[in-house]
Design a protein. Structure first.
Length: 293
Protein backbone atom coordinates (compact mmCIF):
# COMPACT_ATOMS: atom_id res chain seq x y z
CA UNK A 1 0.00 0.00 0.00
CA UNK A 2 2.87 2.36 0.84
CA UNK A 3 4.46 1.71 -2.56
CA UNK A 4 1.19 2.55 -4.32
CA UNK A 5 1.05 5.77 -2.31
CA UNK A 6 4.62 6.57 -3.36
CA UNK A 7 3.77 5.99 -7.02
CA UNK A 8 0.82 8.37 -6.73
CA UNK A 9 2.84 11.08 -4.96
CA UNK A 10 5.77 11.03 -7.41
CA UNK A 11 3.45 10.73 -10.41
CA UNK A 12 1.39 13.70 -9.21
CA UNK A 13 4.55 15.74 -8.72
CA UNK A 14 5.71 14.97 -12.26
CA UNK A 15 2.27 15.74 -13.70
CA UNK A 16 2.36 19.09 -11.89
CA UNK A 17 5.50 20.04 -13.78
CA UNK A 18 3.90 18.80 -17.00
CA UNK A 19 1.05 21.33 -17.04
CA UNK A 20 3.20 24.44 -16.51
CA UNK A 21 4.08 25.15 -20.15
CA UNK A 22 0.45 24.83 -21.24
CA UNK A 23 -0.64 27.29 -18.55
CA UNK A 24 2.09 29.75 -19.59
CA UNK A 25 1.26 29.55 -23.28
CA UNK A 26 -2.47 29.88 -22.56
CA UNK A 27 -1.68 32.92 -20.40
CA UNK A 28 0.50 34.37 -23.18
CA UNK A 29 -2.40 33.96 -25.61
CA UNK A 30 -4.58 35.78 -23.07
CA UNK A 31 -2.21 38.76 -23.01
CA UNK A 32 -0.02 37.94 -20.00
CA UNK A 33 3.71 38.64 -20.46
CA UNK A 34 6.21 35.89 -19.71
CA UNK A 35 8.20 38.16 -17.38
CA UNK A 36 5.21 38.57 -15.04
CA UNK A 37 4.37 34.85 -15.18
CA UNK A 38 7.88 33.66 -14.27
CA UNK A 39 8.18 36.32 -11.54
CA UNK A 40 4.85 35.38 -9.97
CA UNK A 41 5.67 31.66 -10.18
CA UNK A 42 8.91 32.14 -8.24
CA UNK A 43 7.42 34.69 -5.81
CA UNK A 44 4.45 32.48 -4.90
CA UNK A 45 6.88 29.59 -4.44
CA UNK A 46 9.17 31.55 -2.10
CA UNK A 47 6.28 32.84 0.04
CA UNK A 48 4.56 29.43 0.22
CA UNK A 49 7.75 27.52 1.04
CA UNK A 50 8.76 30.11 3.65
CA UNK A 51 5.42 29.60 5.41
CA UNK A 52 5.74 25.80 5.22
CA UNK A 53 9.37 25.96 6.42
CA UNK A 54 8.42 28.15 9.40
CA UNK A 55 5.59 25.81 10.39
CA UNK A 56 7.87 22.77 10.08
CA UNK A 57 10.56 24.29 12.33
CA UNK A 58 7.96 25.22 14.93
CA UNK A 59 6.61 21.67 14.97
CA UNK A 60 10.08 20.08 14.83
CA UNK A 61 12.53 22.48 16.52
CA UNK A 62 15.29 19.84 16.43
CA UNK A 63 15.45 19.83 12.62
CA UNK A 64 18.77 20.81 11.04
CA UNK A 65 19.03 24.53 10.32
CA UNK A 66 21.35 25.30 7.42
CA UNK A 67 24.46 27.38 8.02
CA UNK A 68 25.17 30.53 6.01
CA UNK A 69 27.49 28.64 3.65
CA UNK A 70 24.77 26.07 2.86
CA UNK A 71 22.19 28.79 2.26
CA UNK A 72 24.46 30.62 -0.17
CA UNK A 73 25.29 27.40 -2.00
CA UNK A 74 21.60 26.51 -2.40
CA UNK A 75 20.68 30.02 -3.58
CA UNK A 76 23.49 29.94 -6.15
CA UNK A 77 22.38 26.56 -7.54
CA UNK A 78 18.79 27.80 -7.46
CA UNK A 79 19.71 30.35 -10.11
CA UNK A 80 19.66 27.50 -12.63
CA UNK A 81 16.00 26.82 -11.80
CA UNK A 82 15.04 30.42 -12.52
CA UNK A 83 17.06 30.41 -15.73
CA UNK A 84 15.38 27.17 -16.81
CA UNK A 85 11.92 28.72 -16.41
CA UNK A 86 12.89 31.86 -18.30
CA UNK A 87 14.50 30.02 -21.23
CA UNK A 88 11.84 27.29 -21.43
CA UNK A 89 8.93 29.72 -21.40
CA UNK A 90 10.61 31.85 -24.09
CA UNK A 91 11.19 28.71 -26.16
CA UNK A 92 7.49 27.79 -26.28
CA UNK A 93 6.73 31.21 -27.74
CA UNK A 94 8.55 30.04 -30.87
CA UNK A 95 7.71 26.33 -30.91
CA UNK A 96 4.74 24.28 -29.73
CA UNK A 97 4.56 23.05 -26.14
CA UNK A 98 4.95 19.46 -27.36
CA UNK A 99 8.22 20.37 -29.11
CA UNK A 100 9.32 22.50 -26.17
CA UNK A 101 9.05 19.66 -23.66
CA UNK A 102 11.03 17.35 -25.95
CA UNK A 103 13.78 19.96 -26.20
CA UNK A 104 13.77 20.34 -22.41
CA UNK A 105 14.07 16.56 -21.99
CA UNK A 106 17.41 16.63 -23.80
CA UNK A 107 18.56 16.98 -20.20
CA UNK A 108 18.44 13.15 -20.18
CA UNK A 109 21.59 12.81 -22.29
CA UNK A 110 23.06 16.08 -21.02
CA UNK A 111 22.94 14.63 -17.50
CA UNK A 112 24.99 11.66 -18.72
CA UNK A 113 27.59 14.01 -20.23
CA UNK A 114 27.59 16.10 -17.02
CA UNK A 115 28.18 12.94 -15.00
CA UNK A 116 31.09 11.87 -17.23
CA UNK A 117 32.76 15.28 -16.91
CA UNK A 118 32.22 15.33 -13.15
CA UNK A 119 33.48 11.78 -12.57
CA UNK A 120 36.12 11.98 -15.31
CA UNK A 121 35.29 8.58 -16.70
CA UNK A 122 33.21 7.03 -19.46
CA UNK A 123 29.59 6.34 -18.63
CA UNK A 124 28.16 2.79 -18.56
CA UNK A 125 27.28 1.48 -22.04
CA UNK A 126 23.57 1.47 -21.23
CA UNK A 127 23.66 5.20 -20.52
CA UNK A 128 25.47 5.88 -23.78
CA UNK A 129 22.99 3.77 -25.76
CA UNK A 130 20.14 5.45 -23.91
CA UNK A 131 21.48 8.91 -24.72
CA UNK A 132 21.76 8.02 -28.42
CA UNK A 133 18.22 6.59 -28.39
CA UNK A 134 16.89 9.81 -26.85
CA UNK A 135 18.42 11.74 -29.75
CA UNK A 136 16.82 9.36 -32.25
CA UNK A 137 13.50 9.68 -30.44
CA UNK A 138 13.84 13.46 -30.58
CA UNK A 139 14.11 13.35 -34.37
CA UNK A 140 10.75 11.56 -34.52
CA UNK A 141 9.12 13.50 -31.68
CA UNK A 142 9.91 16.85 -33.29
CA UNK A 143 8.94 15.45 -36.72
CA UNK A 144 12.22 16.51 -38.30
CA UNK A 145 11.99 13.73 -40.88
CA UNK A 146 9.08 15.54 -42.54
CA UNK A 147 10.63 17.81 -45.15
CA UNK A 148 7.79 20.33 -44.98
CA UNK A 149 8.15 20.85 -41.23
CA UNK A 150 9.86 24.10 -40.23
CA UNK A 151 11.07 24.57 -36.68
CA UNK A 152 12.11 27.93 -35.27
CA UNK A 153 15.88 28.03 -34.81
CA UNK A 154 15.38 30.59 -32.04
CA UNK A 155 12.94 28.28 -30.27
CA UNK A 156 15.35 25.34 -30.56
CA UNK A 157 18.27 27.36 -29.17
CA UNK A 158 16.25 28.57 -26.19
CA UNK A 159 14.88 25.05 -25.65
CA UNK A 160 18.32 23.44 -25.62
CA UNK A 161 19.67 26.20 -23.36
CA UNK A 162 16.78 25.48 -21.00
CA UNK A 163 17.70 21.77 -21.09
CA UNK A 164 21.29 22.57 -20.10
CA UNK A 165 20.10 24.77 -17.25
CA UNK A 166 17.62 22.06 -16.23
CA UNK A 167 20.48 19.56 -16.08
CA UNK A 168 22.21 21.76 -13.51
CA UNK A 169 18.92 22.08 -11.61
CA UNK A 170 18.55 18.30 -11.45
CA UNK A 171 22.08 18.02 -10.09
CA UNK A 172 21.30 20.63 -7.44
CA UNK A 173 18.05 18.93 -6.43
CA UNK A 174 19.70 15.53 -6.06
CA UNK A 175 23.17 16.30 -4.70
CA UNK A 176 23.54 19.76 -3.16
CA UNK A 177 23.26 20.07 0.65
CA UNK A 178 21.19 16.89 1.03
CA UNK A 179 21.48 17.03 4.81
CA UNK A 180 19.19 20.08 4.87
CA UNK A 181 15.42 19.34 5.28
CA UNK A 182 13.67 19.15 1.90
CA UNK A 183 11.31 22.10 2.34
CA UNK A 184 14.18 24.28 3.57
CA UNK A 185 16.34 23.22 0.61
CA UNK A 186 13.48 23.98 -1.76
CA UNK A 187 12.97 27.41 -0.19
CA UNK A 188 16.57 28.51 -0.76
CA UNK A 189 16.70 26.98 -4.24
CA UNK A 190 13.51 28.83 -5.23
CA UNK A 191 14.84 32.01 -3.60
CA UNK A 192 17.79 31.74 -5.98
CA UNK A 193 15.29 31.18 -8.78
CA UNK A 194 13.39 34.35 -7.85
CA UNK A 195 16.58 36.43 -7.81
CA UNK A 196 17.54 35.08 -11.25
CA UNK A 197 14.11 35.72 -12.76
CA UNK A 198 14.19 39.27 -11.39
CA UNK A 199 17.65 39.90 -12.85
CA UNK A 200 16.77 38.22 -16.19
CA UNK A 201 13.61 40.23 -16.90
CA UNK A 202 14.57 43.32 -14.81
CA UNK A 203 12.57 46.38 -15.98
CA UNK A 204 10.07 44.26 -17.90
CA UNK A 205 8.65 42.87 -14.65
CA UNK A 206 7.20 46.10 -13.18
CA UNK A 207 6.03 47.11 -16.64
CA UNK A 208 3.93 43.94 -16.95
CA UNK A 209 2.80 43.25 -13.38
CA UNK A 210 -0.95 42.85 -13.04
CA UNK A 211 -2.90 41.55 -10.04
CA UNK A 212 -5.26 39.73 -12.36
CA UNK A 213 -2.33 37.79 -13.84
CA UNK A 214 -1.30 36.80 -10.32
CA UNK A 215 -4.82 35.65 -9.44
CA UNK A 216 -5.51 33.90 -12.76
CA UNK A 217 -2.16 32.26 -13.45
CA UNK A 218 0.59 33.20 -10.98
CA UNK A 219 -0.76 31.36 -7.96
CA UNK A 220 -1.40 28.19 -9.98
CA UNK A 221 2.08 28.32 -11.55
CA UNK A 222 3.70 28.85 -8.16
CA UNK A 223 1.84 26.02 -6.45
CA UNK A 224 2.23 23.47 -9.25
CA UNK A 225 5.72 24.60 -10.28
CA UNK A 226 7.55 25.18 -7.00
CA UNK A 227 5.52 23.87 -4.05
CA UNK A 228 3.78 20.58 -4.91
CA UNK A 229 6.61 18.76 -6.80
CA UNK A 230 9.33 18.95 -4.10
CA UNK A 231 6.88 17.96 -1.37
CA UNK A 232 5.49 15.05 -3.43
CA UNK A 233 8.97 13.85 -4.39
CA UNK A 234 10.28 14.09 -0.82
CA UNK A 235 7.45 11.98 0.51
CA UNK A 236 7.09 9.59 -2.42
CA UNK A 237 10.65 8.72 -3.44
CA UNK A 238 11.59 7.06 -0.11
CA UNK A 239 8.56 4.76 -0.53
CA UNK A 240 9.41 3.55 -4.06
CA UNK A 241 13.14 4.16 -4.57
CA UNK A 242 15.06 6.30 -7.07
CA UNK A 243 14.76 3.83 -9.96
CA UNK A 244 10.97 3.82 -10.14
CA UNK A 245 10.88 7.52 -9.29
CA UNK A 246 13.11 8.28 -12.28
CA UNK A 247 10.64 6.48 -14.53
CA UNK A 248 7.58 8.21 -13.06
CA UNK A 249 9.17 11.65 -13.41
CA UNK A 250 9.11 11.06 -17.18
CA UNK A 251 5.30 11.38 -16.95
CA UNK A 252 6.01 15.09 -17.37
CA UNK A 253 6.42 14.48 -21.12
CA UNK A 254 3.04 12.91 -22.04
CA UNK A 255 1.20 15.13 -19.53
CA UNK A 256 2.70 18.23 -21.12
CA UNK A 257 1.87 17.07 -24.64
CA UNK A 258 -1.66 15.93 -23.78
CA UNK A 259 -2.49 19.12 -21.87
CA UNK A 260 -1.26 21.18 -24.84
CA UNK A 261 -3.36 19.04 -27.18
CA UNK A 262 -6.60 19.42 -25.22
CA UNK A 263 -6.18 23.00 -23.98
CA UNK A 264 -4.22 24.64 -26.81
CA UNK A 265 -5.46 22.31 -29.58
CA UNK A 266 -1.89 21.46 -30.62
CA UNK A 267 -1.73 18.63 -33.14
CA UNK A 268 0.57 15.69 -32.42
CA UNK A 269 1.07 13.19 -35.24
CA UNK A 270 1.51 9.43 -34.86
CA UNK A 271 5.18 9.66 -35.79
CA UNK A 272 5.66 12.22 -33.00
CA UNK A 273 3.98 9.89 -30.51
CA UNK A 274 6.37 7.18 -31.69
CA UNK A 275 9.28 9.47 -30.84
CA UNK A 276 7.79 10.28 -27.44
CA UNK A 277 7.29 6.57 -26.73
CA UNK A 278 10.90 5.88 -27.71
CA UNK A 279 12.12 8.52 -25.25
CA UNK A 280 9.88 7.19 -22.46
CA UNK A 281 11.03 3.61 -23.04
CA UNK A 282 14.63 4.83 -22.91
CA UNK A 283 13.98 6.53 -19.56
CA UNK A 284 12.47 3.28 -18.23
CA UNK A 285 15.45 1.27 -19.53
CA UNK A 286 18.06 3.65 -18.08
CA UNK A 287 16.39 3.86 -14.66
CA UNK A 288 15.64 0.13 -14.42
CA UNK A 289 19.39 -0.53 -14.76
CA UNK A 290 20.47 2.01 -12.13
CA UNK A 291 20.95 -0.60 -9.45
CA UNK A 292 23.50 -2.32 -11.69
CA UNK A 293 25.43 0.82 -12.62
Amino acid sequence: MSKLKGVFLVGFGAASYGILATIVKFANNSGAHTSALTFYQALVGVVSLFILMTIQYRKQPDLIRPKAKSKIKLVLFGTSMGLTSCLYYISIQYVSVSIGIILLMQSIWMSVVWEMIQQRKMAHWSKLVGSLTVLVGTVFATNLIQQDVELSVTGIIYGLAAALSYTISLHASNHVEKQVPSITRSFYLILGSLLTVTAFWNVQIPANLDWMILLKFGIVLGIFGTVIPPIMFTRGIPLIGLGLAGILVALEIPVSILSAHFVLKEHVSLIQWFGVSLILLTVIFMNSRKKNL
